[in-house]
Each structure stands twice: as C-alpha cells, then as structure tokens.
Design a protein around this ligand. Structure first.
Ligand code: AGP
Length: 607
C-alpha cells in the first residue's frame, strides 16, 4: 500500500515529511514525492525508486523553510512506477496538490469526462482524477470542504487523501474511505499519516479518522466533518501507548501476522472494481481482450503454484476448460506442448521469480499468449505478460506468502466465473450463490479471525511435540493441504507433507503412529464422507488428528476446529488463514524467526 504523510506546524516541513516517509518504507513502494508551499507556489518534487533518490533532488534546491507540506510513497496499482505517476499530483492551474492511497474504481469514465472538459492529465494513475475534481469543485465553491465533498461524491473506491490549496497556506485537508488515515495532534503542529510510525517521534496523541470523514488541520487544531452532511463531527483525541518498533508493523508482532489479518481487506481489494453486485456481472477488461482458451496451462512456484492448482479445480468445474498446472522449474525443461487456442497463466506475487519468468519467456518465444496474475505493478512478469490481472494485495513483506495466495485465489475464482459465464457452463443458481457470498466473505472472515487465532495458538502448543505432520485434503482442499504443509515447514522447520487424503493407503499411512499427527481438511463437500473414512484409517493406527470442519458435521477426532461454511468454494478462504495461523503460532511458540526464516528469500530471483 502507499504511504501518506502531511504536516502543518512551525518546523521546516520537508525534513518531517522525509523522516515520516522513511518510517513508512516497510509498506513497500516504488516511487516517492513531496509537495510544499513556498514563495507563493506549490512546489512538487518526486522521483522513481527509493526515498534517497528523492532526497538528492530535494536538497539541491533552495533552503526549505516551508512549514506546510504532504509526502507520499507509491505502491503502484494503476500506471507503472515512473516519476510522472508518482504522487503528489497537481491540478492544471497549480492551485491544488494531492496524495492518495487506495483505488478509484470509476476513474476511467471520470477521466474521459474531465478530458472532454479540457483538463490535461499528466499521468496514467487513477489518483489524478481526484485533484482535477477537487480543483473543479474549488473553482465553483471557493471552499476546500465543499470542493473535497464535490469530488468524493463522484467517485467509487477506496481512498486516504491529503490535500493542499495554494491560497490556503494555513490549512491541510484530509479524507478517508476504506484506506487507513490517522491524524497526529501536536502542540503548534499537526500531522496526517497512513500509519502511526510516520509521526510517532513527534506526538502520541491521535485522532482516528473514520470512513466518510474529512479533516481540516491548522497549526492550532483539527476539525473533522462528515462527507455526507458537511456537518462537524466531534472526535476524541487518544494517546497511543506504543513504542516505535511495534508500530512499524501496525501493532502486530510480525509482518506475517499483520498480512494474515489483512486478508479481509485483501479480499475486498482483489474484488474491487471487478464485480457489479447489482447485476451480478464481472468487470474484467483484461480478459475481454483475450480469446476463450480451449486449454489453460498454469505455471508458478511455491505458494503461487498451490494457488494455481486450486484454480485448476475451479476452472475445470465451473468453466469446463482443461487445465494443466506446472511447477515452473519443471515446466521450463519439459518441452511443453502449447496449442494455438491455449493460454498460459503465470502466477507470481513478486513478479520476479526466476523459474516462473523463464517459463513465461519460453512460451512467449513459442508464440503463446500469457496472462499474468501478479501483485507487483512494473515487475518483470507484469511487464512481459500479454495481459495482467493484478491481485492488488499491497506489498507482502514476510517471506512466508499468505495474503498473496488469498488474493490469487480471488482472481482465479473470478476467472473461472468469467469463463464459465462466457461459455454458459455455470448455472445461474451457482453463480448467484457465489456472488452473494463473495459480497459478505470479507466481513465474515474479519469477524472470525480473532477466534481462529486463539484456536491456532492452543493447537500449536498442544501439538508442538510433533516432528512431522501430514496435511490431508481432497478435491479443492488438496492444493490447500499442500499449502498448509509448506507454511508449517518453512517457518517452524517441522517436516510436513501435503497429500490427497485418498492417497494415504497407497504407502504414506505406513508412517502413522502416535507421534505423527495429521491436519485434515474435512469440510462440507461431496467428498466429506470419503475423508471421514481416511480419518478412521489414521485413527486405527493411533495417529492423532486435527480436523478443520464445520459445526454440525459428524466427525470424531482428537482436535476439532470448526470454521464457517459459505459454500464449498468460499470455505477455502477460511481454511487458508487457519493453516497460516497454525503455522505462525507454532513458529512463535518454538521461537523461530517468523518473518525471515532460515535459508529463505522473499523472492527467488535465481534458479
Ligand atoms: C511461500 O511462502 C514462499 N515464500 C515461496 O514458495 C513463494 O511462494 C515462491 O517463491 C513464489 O514466489 P512468487 O509468488 O513471488 O513467484
């Protein structure tokens, strides 16, 4: 996600902005910029790459005595990470400057309208429509609050914004909807930021802005208004008992935990702008421009491979399209056959995994069409694919991939629904059920995560004796079993194997004994009874069993873990965090380095 900082006070603002942006670097970014009012104009300095590049540009200019400014680190979602797309953005008259974190879903139509009215756009971002709309509103109303409300009434999507007006040098404006924004309350100075670390050295007194609120900061204080009514909203100033290190992870002990708990928001972001719930239709222009494939080859590594394998089950079930899934390091050396009407789907969170990239380049040379599913705008996979479906999960810092897989699964589900719809292979009943459940999935998961974490913690302690685990599942749960095993292996260093539970009797069950637990996915689907039989086979050999299932399902195991049921497909979005939390709590209990496990790198850019 992008990082936002704004300052109004008595200090030279630029050093405060730079210091704040550096404290937000953990959020991940690819460009940065600042805007400040000095000598009667809005100065904007921005640069691609790290904050150090921005600093080089800034400190070559005159001594900076501006005391009002905004700063931004950009995590690209629309528009590749080059200087023109970095924030802040300014209107054509140089009267308004703005920074933004979030996604404006209807920016294309607004941009077309504004261009037809003569507005000039300098970037490829969705954000730029905001600054032109505010400028237009300000010309009509000559009041910042009315101008900002004018803009926000016309957009759909998520935002946290900071706004400067050239003729209002004693005011800093901000607003939020679904993206985080906090106000720091100082003495003779006030701040806005995406996250606490940005201004924690200056003040621990904060106002938490809520969705639909607009804030006006000056050197004496803060006023908050309602976007809907424009009326004043009374807000409480709270003091944060945090030290700076904790705040770097938004209050979580590890990035991995933060990213697991972010998954409800990630689901919303991955769906954002891609579903019309009213008409139950999909908005996937990236797929509109491609052909309907007669076969799909999915290529990926690690967790992304497990996501692709999960996607295979869905694409074949809902869209009746044959799918082959390959681990990239095998695919690139096995002389695959890619037919004319066949599509290659490359999945990569980082977009830089060497084997995956090599597979992509190989099939491009064969003349195949490549669809990328990627989380990093401007990454090699994103740039070299013919079309890209971005997972919009925000930067994933922890080496163990968690929220990325969740977002990849959402994109794969949308793909299966899209192709199924086009081919008429999915019934309206099933489609409507999935759409309706997708709309509430994030909220149900948000409510469930705290109790899931408690359960994961108690089970991790209870089973910390284990030196090996089986993870077992059938059908759609088989790829999830593989992922659960990988998570446990890579951060707790306990050996774990994922298996199709029907495969146990073909050899692996020889390993079962009281010291060898099995983590079984026995959720409500057409294979449930088969899994119950597999569990009985394990229990006959005195193997302990942890079982993810649903309330009301008949299955007797040592450790039962009931998760919500939202249809057998969306149940996957509860299985995934349950496995992630179990691995996380086990690693913490065993005192492992959760975010940087031994021998591992976040992106494997070498063969
Ligand atoms: C997952 O927890 C691992 N860190 C690793 O398997 C990862 O998924 C794999 O290296 C692929 O990375 P990518 O998605 O960035 O291509």
């Amino acid at each position: 996600m992008c990082g936002i900082i704004g300052y109004i006070g008595y200090r030279p603002c630029v050093p405060v902005l730079i210091d704040g942006l550096k404290r937000l670097e953990y959020r991940g970014y690819d460009s940065a910029g600042v805007a400040y009012i000095q000598e009667g104009e809005i100065n904007i300095i921005k640069s691609q790459g790290k904050i150090s590049s921005l600093e080089e540009k800034i400190y070559t200019k005159d001594p900076l005595h501006a005391t009002l400014g905004i700063g931004h680190t950009r995590w690209a979602t629309h528009g590749i990470p080059v200087e023109k797309n970095a924030h802040p953005h300014m209107d054509n008259d140089g009267n308004v400057a703005l920074i933004h974190n979030g996604i404006i879903e209807n920016y294309q139509e607004i941009k077309e309208d504004l261009i037809s009215e003569g507005y000039k756009f300098l970037s490829d971002t969705d954000t730029e429509v905001l600054v032109h709309l505010i400028s237009k509103g300000y010309k009509e109303t000559n009041h910042p609050l009315s101008a900002i409300r004018y803009c926000l009434e016309r957009i759909q999507g998520s935002y946290a914004i900071g706004v400067l007006f050239l003729d209002r040098p004693n005011e800093l404006w901000a607003a939020r909807e679904s993206s985080p924004l906090i106000v720091g309350v100082g003495v003779g100075e006030n701040f806005i930021a995406s996250d606490l670390p940005a201004f924690l050295p200056y003040t621990k007194d904060v106002i938490f802005l809520e969705d639909g609120e607009i804030a006006r900061l000056d050197r004496e204080g803060v006023d908050v208004f309602s976007k809907e009514s424009g009326g004043v909203v009374e807000k409480e100033v709270k003091t944060i008992p945090w030290d700076i290190t904790l705040a770097q992870k938004g209050g979580f002990k590890h990035f991995m935990l933060k990213e697991i708990m972010e998954q409800p928001r990630v689901i919303q972001e991955a769906l954002s702008g891609r579903i019309d719930y009213k008409n139950r239709s999909l908005i996937l222009p990236e797929l509109d421009s491609l052909f309907l494939p007669e076969k799909i080859h999915i290529v990926a590594c690690g967790t992304s491979f497990h996501a692709g394998f999960w996607g295979k089950y869905l694409l074949e079930r809902l869209a009746k399209v044959p799918v082959e899934v390959d681990i990239a390091s095998e695919f690139r050396y096995r002389s695959p056959i890619i037919g004319e009407k066949e599509m290659v789907v490359v999945i990569s969170q980082s977009g830089e995994t060497a084997d995956t990239l090599a597979g992509l380049r190989m099939v491009k040379e064969m003349g195949a069409v490549v669809l990328g599913i990627c989380n990093v705008v401007g990454s090699s996979v994103a740039r070299e694919s013919d079309k890209v479906l971005f997972t919009q999960a925000g930067p994933e810092i922890s080496v163990a991939s968690t929220k990325a897989m969740c977002s990849q699964m959402i994109v794969l589900l949308l793909m299966a629904l899209y192709f199924g719809d086009k081919k008429g292979t999915i019934s309206k009943k099933i489609k409507y059920e999935i759409f309706d459940n997708l709309g509430s999935l994030a909220n149900v998961l948000e409510a469930e995560l705290p109790s899931m974490r408690e359960m994961a913690k108690s089970l991790a302690i209870e089973y910390s004796f284990a030196r090996s685990f089986f993870y077992l599942g059938r059908g759609l749960n088989y790829p999830l079993a593989l992922e659960g095993a990988l998570k446990l292996k890579e951060i707790s260093y306990i050996h774990a194997e994922g298996y199709a539970s029907g495969e146990m009797k073909h050899g692996p069950i020889a390993l079962i004994d009281p010291s060898f637990p099995s983590f079984v996915l026995a959720t409500k689907d057409n294979l449930f009874q088969k899994v119950v039989s597999n569990v009985k086979e394990i229990q006959a050999r005195k193997g302990p069993v942890i079982c993810l299932t649903h309330a009301g399902l008949e299955i007797n195991v040592d450790s039962r873990w009931d998760i919500p049921y939202m249809g057998d497909i969306l149940t996957s979005f509860f299985i995934l965090p349950a496995e992630q939390l179990f691995a996380y709590e086990m690693a913490v209990y065993l005192g492992k380095d959760v975010d940087q496990p031994r021998n591992l790198a976040k992106s494997v850019t070498v063969e």
